[in-house]
Design a protein around this ligand. Sequence first.
Ligand code: FAD
Length: 343
Amino acid sequence: MTDVFVIGGGVIGLATAIALSQRGASVTIVERDLCGRGATWAAAGMLAPEAERLEGDLLDFGIRSRDMYPQWIANLMRLSGQDCGYWCCGMIAPILMEGDRQVLSQHPKYINREESHKRQSGLGDSILGSLWLSEDGQVNNRKLTQALLTAARSLSIKILEGTTVYEIVRDRDRVTHLDTSAGKLQSDRYILATGAWTRSLMPLPIKPIKGQMLSVFDGDRKLQRVIYASNCYIVPRQDGTIVIGATVEDNGFLQGNTAAGIAQLLSNAIAIYPAIADMQIMETWWGFRPHAPNEVPLLGKSDYENLILATGHYRNGILFAPITAKWLTDFIVDGIDNSINQK
Ligand SMILES: Cc1cc2nc3c(=O)[nH]c(=O)nc-3n(C[C@H](O)[C@H](O)[C@H](O)COP(=O)(O)OP(=O)(O)OC[C@H]3O[C@@H](n4cnc5c(N)ncnc54)[C@H](O)[C@@H]3O)c2cc1C
């Protein structure tokens, strides 16, 4: 008997399933593809509430989640025996315009051009100074997915991959069952963690925002900090891969990389870190961020008493995963109803 069905096996569904299982629930994940192949696979893995300039309650939510990361990763490593590429490497947020430099030179985390170059050699001449965000970092989201999956299996969470939910069948204010490609599935509670595709199952205000990305290989491994500029970010992995992102495109589920998208990312990245010009391109890809109004995730209560929302994490779902899993578990197991105030 399953207590909870989680619809969607991205980072949010997996993390929540694990947290619930560790509190004694019997959990099944229903995923139409392979787990972790949606936005979770496409992400850069930055844990960057400060670089992302989150504000108000959302900033607090992000910082709390970033603070939860060391323990959350330790739990996953213990369950899975796998490394997740979690790296508190710090971030340089370069300032490229003199007007911005004058304003940001009053910021407590401002460092001048020389100090920026000391933090990271090889920065481009266009950098006038930067913010040094020592607590922002990264996780390798693809390794993280593998660790989450192994951890979920170690807890005997049932994972139904290749199973599409066609309809969440409701009767008045309750969900009665799921109509799926594997037939009718029924449990006490249902968690909706379907990312950018949420609207195909529920009339909620979630839309896809496409991001194109690419990676290059840095044989010298000299880049040791994430560089987060206003027009691109550059994320060095510990194995020498450098992830470069990302476009922000509001054009539905239009698939594919475009020449213009990749050209724009490369020219911005080369201006900021010129050594990229000589690096080999490894991969290009794209993904769909689940955008919610005011960029605030929809978490917890829905219009149906046994349907719980876990969607709309937009640009920061990898960062928000630990706190989302905790809040939803507190809600389901202990009845604690946390919420993020809108801006
Ligand atoms: C280019 C890009 C870069 C990003 N960079 C970062 C970053 O650096 N840091 C960060 O924190 N966040 C980043 N994000 C955002 C982050 O990736 C997302 O917020 C996060 O992955 C959302 O996780 P999720 O589990 O909600 O969605 P997803 O990972 O998309 O998972 C949803 C799952 O639901 C499944 N599904 C959908 N419909 C159904 C159905 N009907 N039946 C069964 N299964 C279904 C899908 O197949 C999918 O596997 C980035 C996103 C993109 C696209």
